[in-house]
Design a binder for this molecule. Sequence first.
Ligand code: GLN
Length: 193
Amino acid sequence: MTRVGVLALQGDVREHARVLTALGAEVVLVRRPEELASVDGLVLPGGESSVIDKLSRAFGMQQPLRDAIESGMPVYGTCAGLILLADRIANPIAGQQSVGGLDVTVQRNAFGGQVESFETALTVDGFDEPVHAAFIRAPLVTEVGPRAQALAALPDGGVVAVRQGNLLGTAFHPEVAGETRFHELFLDLVRAA
Ligand code: GLN
């Protein structure tokens, strides 16, 4: 059975666990380095990236996460998870760090606050049918570096999904919209790794 983790420090952990379980994976809630060492892939959930950052450092998880990414572990980040995966944050709060790995710059809260949250149908590279995407205080990828590849953009060209090898990031939340294809792609990467 495919054994994957969801980083469970803060955020919509349960929604990801539910989708992954429904797709047949064994799901571990990851808070400690030992738990991270026991999984073959990891989801970084949505939530508040500055809080997840702070907690990940308090729990001694930042370096283990960096090591896991460095070693090629498949990691999928949604929204705050994408911010954590980004090498560069355009507008961090004071002291905010990212785990990094994805050669992109992200801008947090690029669409405004909670009231500016929206849902839309997105065309995504590699998927036949459009994705129903929920954007909740979402970030935008403002720069895609040479090692990363854009998978989806809004009509105005703003990049909202990226991939770099075994790393996958979306600015939106497929897990709250009944969309499973990103999680399926993530599990395919885990099985192939
Ligand atoms: N605005 C949040 C942040 O900066 C992300 C929101 C989300 O994950 N839905 O971390």
